[in-house]
Design a protein around this ligand. Structure first.
Ligand SMILES: [Zn+2]
Length: 264
């Protein structure tokens, strides 16, 4: 599932393949993404903002994509076999040596510079957890604006901090021994700051190749995510899952380690 670290990795791989190169061939599945023509334009930068990816061209236009649960960017050699079916391709960008393919992304837009500035999603993003330097104070101020929101929803709010998805939400709150159901205002500032610092550090550690992991040692590479019914790796209590927020996203937690009272 693409979270901030996955999108930053994708931006780096795409940037290495495409930056400074003229587009030789460009195809997209919707006509709105085809005009004005991209062929001949040079790709200047590829950028991740939280879970959003932007490919910038030399005519100030940017191709914006959001992967949600299903999307992915792949980079191939010209003769290489694709790892997803061609019918699932949404955008294909060919440069001299490489082919970049966006599969299955539900959100793709070709934006002008003014459209990018006032974009409803991008203009409301909070500080990026993988930005250097990390804007801790900006993120803490964002939390302060949502005092009554449960922690498990607040950390997913991309307007507070950009980059956290469902996996990091459950994992980082477990590691911090914080209940996902506690309102923001009940958590001391220094614990929130530590949560922000530790989450940024964990995401940065996962920027390299390989599977995302929040734990070392044998066995599971994650502490609680998708482990409901199994024993907590710290205290052997059963891990639980509850749905949280307007989108009913799954939150995994250890009731004992995180001080969550039993319900029902
Ligand atoms: Zn536990």
């Amino acid at each position: 599932m693409p979270e901030g670290d996955t999108i930053h990795r994708a931006a780096r791989v795409l940037g290495e393949a495409l930056c400074g190169q003229a587009v030789l061939r460009y195809w997209a599945h919707r006509p709105q993404l085809l005009a004005p023509r991209r062929e001949g334009h040079v790709i200047t930068t590829v950028e991740a903002r939280g879970k959003n990816l932007l490919i910038h061209f030399d005519d100030q236009r940017a191709l914006y994509s959001h992967m949600r649960m299903t999307g992915a960017w792949h980079v191939y050699g010209h003769d290489e076999r694709w790892r997803r079916a061609q019918a699932r391709a949404r955008v294909i960008i060919e440069s001299e040596g490489r082919v970049a393919v966006c599969f299955d992304a539900p959100v793709i837009e070709l934006l002008t510079a003014p459209e990018l500035l006032r974009h409803p999603t991008l203009s409301r993003l909070g500080p990026d957890l993988l930005a250097e330097p990390l804007d801790e104070d900006g993120i803490l101020a964002g939390f302060t604006r949502h005092p009554a929101v449960p922690l498990g929803e607040a950390v997913m709010n991309q307007g507070i901090a950009a980059g956290i998805g469902n996996v990091y939400k459950s994992e980082m709150l477990f590691l911090a021994r914080l209940s996902p159901f506690l309102p923001v205002e009940a958590v001391p500032q220094e614990r929130l700051r530590k949560l922000v610092q530790d989450t940024a550090a964990m995401m940065r550690r996962n920027l390299g190749p390989g599977m995302r992991t929040t734990r070392t040692g044998p066995g599971s590479r994650l502490w609680v995510y998708e482990r409901s019914g199994q024993a907590c790796l710290r205290c052997r209590t059963r891990i639980q899952m509850r749905r949280q927020g307007e989108q009913a996203r799954s939150t995994y937690f250890c009731p004992r380690c995180q001080g969550v009272e039993a319900v029902g």
